[in-house]
Design a binder for this molecule. Structure first.
Ligand code: GLU
Length: 382
C-alpha cells in the first residue's frame, strides 16, 4: 500500500462501512467477488500498517433475496428478515473466503441498534469487540435483521457503523459510498454542485444540502450519512465519505484520494469522558481510602482493595460517584461490578475476585478510561 495520508496514519482503530450496492451486483444480488478480494487486500494492508480494522457490512437482504427468488420490488418486514437470515450466512462466508487468502480470521457480530442504547448489552458488545480485536480477529458487523422489530431501512447501517465506532472508541470511520464525497447540491442535477473537502461542523446549511436528492442507490442517501457523521464526530471519531465502487477503493481513500472529511473536535477518550461526566445520572456511590485517592490522581484505575464501602442501587456499567472518607467527591465513573459484587470484593486484592465471586471479572472496579476526576482544588487559593 502506498503511504497512508497523515490523517489516516494518526488513527488507531478504523471502522469501514460497506453498503449493499457496492458488495452485490445489480438487482440479482450476486456478491462481487473480485471487488471483495481487493477490499480484503486493502484491509490486510491497513492491518499490516498497525491499524485495527472493523467492517460494518450490509448486503444480507440483497444476497438472500436472490437466493429465495423474491424478486418483487417491495418486501414485507418478515420477508426481509427471511432474506437476511439466508443472506447473512452467505455474506459471512464470502468475507471469510476473501480474507482466508490473508490468513485473517473473520468474526461475525450481529447487533441491534437497541444494543447500543441498553447499557449492559452495550458493555457486552463493547467487550466482545475489544476481545476480538485483541485476539487479532476481524469483526464483521451487521444489524441483527432477523430480530429487528422495526422496518429494516436501508441506510440504517450508516448509523449502525457510527454507533459501532462510538462503542469501540474508533478514531476513524470510512463510509464507502457510490459518490466520492458530500456535494453542495445533487451533482446529477446541478452543474454548480461542488464537492466539499472538509466539513468541520454540521450546520443547518449542511443539513439542507443533504436534503437535496444526492442519493446513494440502495441506501438512505446523504441524510442518513449526515446522521451517522453527527454520531461519529460527537464520539470523537473522524468520518470520511468516499467512492467505494472501484477495486481497491479503500486503499485509494486512505492514501489521500478525494473524499469529504467530517472532522471531530476531540479524541474518542475525551468525548467518552465528557459523556460520563455530563450525561448520566449516578446510581450510587463508593467511598475509597486515601491510598486509592492518590492512585486515582496519579491516573490509575480504582481497584477493589481501595474501596471502603458502596451504597446505592447500581448494576454493572452504571455511573457511580467516588467519594473520599470525608464525603468529598473525587470523581465519577462507570462501575465494572454491580453493588452486591462490589460489597463482596471491596478491600480485597484483584486476584481474589474470581474466588470470591465465582467468575472472572475485570481487575478494576472502575477502569481509568471510565473515570472522570473532579479537578483538583488548589488548597492555597484565596
Ligand atoms: N442490514 C441490512 C442488510 O444487511 C442493510 C441495511 C443497510 O443497507 O443500511 O441487508
Amino acid at each position: 500500500m502506498a503511504a497512508l495520508s497523515a490523517r489516516v496514519d494518526k488513527a488507531q482503530r478504523i471502522v469501514v462501512k460497506i453498503g449493499s450496492s457496492l458488495l452485490t451486483e445489480g438487482d440479482d444480488g450476486a456478491v462481487r467477488e473480485g471487488w471483495l478480494a481487493a477490499l480484503a487486500d486493502d484491509v490486510a494492508a491497513l492491518r499490516a500498517a498497525g491499524k485495527q480494522v472493523m467492517l460494518v457490512s450490509s448486503g444480507a437482504i440483497a444476497v438472500g433475496r436472490r437466493r429465495l427468488g423474491l424478486t418483487r420490488k417491495t418486501l414485507r418486514l418478515e420477508e426481509k428478515q427471511a432474506c437476511a437470515a439466508v443472506g447473512q450466512i452467505r455474506l459471512a462466508h464470502a468475507y471469510q473466503h476473501a480474507f482466508d487468502r490473508h490468513r485473517i480470521t473473520v468474526s461475525q457480530v450481529l447487533l441491534t441498534l437497541q444494543d447500543s442504547d441498553d447499557r449492559r448489552r452495550y458493555l457486552n458488545a463493547r467487550n466482545t469487540i475489544e476481545s476480538l480485536l485483541r485476539l487479532g480477529a476481524l469483526p464483521l458487523i451487521n444489524e441483527n435483521d432477523t430480530v429487528a422489530t422495526e422496518e429494516i431501512r436501508f441506510g440504517d447501517n450508516d448509523r449502525l457503523a457510527a454507533r459501532v465506532a462510538q462503542m469501540a472508541g474508533a478514531d476513524l470511520m470510512v463510509l464507502l459510498s457510490d459518490i466520492n464525497g458530500f456535494y453542495t447540491a445533487d451533482p446529477g442535477i446541478d452543474p454548480n454542485a461542488r464537492r466539499l473537502d472538509e466539513i468541520a461542523e454540521i450546520t443547518p446549511e449542511i443539513e439542507a444540502m443533504a436534503g437535496g436528492s444526492q442519493s446513494d442507490t440502495g441506501s438512505g442517501g446523504m441524510i442518513t450519512k449526515i446522521a451517522a457523521a453527527r454520531i461519529a464526530i460527537s464520539a470523537g471519531c473522524d468520518m470520511l465519505i468516499g467512492a467505494g465502487a472501484p477495486d481497491n477503493a479503500l486503499a485509494g481513500l486512505v492514501n489521500g484520494g478525494s473524499c469529504t472529511w467530517f472532522t471531530a473536535k476531540e479524541s474518542p477518550l475525551t468525548a467518552r469522558k465528557r459523556w460520563i461526566a455530563g450525561s448520566l445520572q449516578p446510581a450510587g456511590h463508593l467511598v475509597i481510602d486515601d491510598g486509592a485517592g492518590r492512585a486515582l490522581s496519579a491516573g490509575n484505575s480504582l481497584l477493589p482493595a481501595g474501596v471502603v464501602s458502596a451504597d446505592g442501587r447500581f448494576k454493572r456499567g452504571d455511573l457511580v460517584l467516588v467519594n473520599d472518607r470525608a464525603g468529598r467527591e473525587l470523581g465519577r465513573g462507570l462501575s465494572a461490578y454491580a453493588i452486591e459484587d462490589v460489597r463482596q470484593i471491596l478491600g480485597h486484592k484483584s486476584n481474589e475476585i474470581e474466588q470470591i465471586l465465582g467468575y472472572r471479572g475485570r481487575e478494576e472496579v472502575i477502569h481509568r478510561d471510565d473515570l472522570v476526576l473532579v479537578p483538583k482544588r488548589n488548597e492555597d487559593a484565596p
